[in-house]
Ligand binder design. Sequence first.
Ligand SMILES: [Mn+2]
Length: 386
Amino acid sequence: MESTGSTTSKSEKKENSLPKEHMKFLPSITEQQLDQKQNKKKLQSLFDKYLRPASVDGKTIDVQKEWGKQFKEAVAAMAKKDVADESIFIMDVIIYYLYHDIITDKSKYPKSVPFIDLPIEMIEFLIKKAQKQFEDERPLVQFEAPVKIFGDIHGQYTDLLHMFKEMGDKNKTEQQDYILSKNCRYLFMGDYVNRGKQSCEVICLLLALKVRYPTQIIILRGNHESQAITRIYGFFDEIKRRYKINLWQQFYTCFNHMPLVALIDEKIMCMHGGFSKDMHSFDQIESLPKPTDIPDSGLVADLVWNDPDEDVRDWEENERGCGWVFGRKQLDEFLKKHDLDLICRGHQVMEDGYGFFGKHKQLVTIFSAKNYCGDFDNDAAVMNVD
Ligand SMILES: [Mn+2]
């Protein structure tokens, strides 16, 4: 278990060209039998011409509108210029602005992480590509360790940046600038939006990583990734204020395609809330309908809403108004029945960023938003499974 702390970053001189560290994130393009130099030159010129915010006398002008126009032109130009996969390049650009550009700038990171107003055209492109990725996944995602497991983030963008920075391969110089640790999956267990101030940045960075590294990044759905809950708890207001209502609709439509459960090495079951009393097999999860809104009750609702409770003997209705609570006995029975070692979930704030449940610690809650909402004094945690 790792807790996050603040780190200082090495400041790098910015040149008016595609950043050096950015070029390192384009291996899959260069692998596609294109002449490497030629391709890099193409990308470089596209980036310079279209993918920087338009500015006059060093001042950025109407970023969302002008930059968006440029972005559209860039996508069209890429098709013309025969860049092998424009979506990979666009994801690199988004990841660059949402991560590398910030953490390499001492004036921004870690003290004052800015709002990043990507052009709406770029976000719409991102949502479309991410939705396609989720459409290709079943509600149950199975894979092997090693994996880093994240709990709730709730729009706390600075925390997410800290965690990526802390989790990277620090000892290997050549990988120092990569956002992801090589040869390790990253599993996110839901609740990316609402509550915090920068839900848009959080979800855009995660979706861009999903599109860019589809098998390395696994994104599960939380109870907050729904139309009804985003309407009330902040995401709708943020998107309406910064963009337009229609973009919020595109986001929750995309959320409706997200998977619900991850199974690691057939022994660790991960979901946002908890297991359900209506779950009898993994085949049942596998064959859940997708896309789906989160209903008020039933298996899908239980998976994102349920909680463990030390004080209950049997299944009881959840005081949240949705889902159920279960006790140690139900946990033991469930693990035995499905031959599992551990349940891993988020959904509840934990003082140390994580907390165990059960006589033999067979359930762990991970929470990855530090000082949650400013109301809690909690740490954030990420769990490593080797
Ligand atoms: Mn939750």
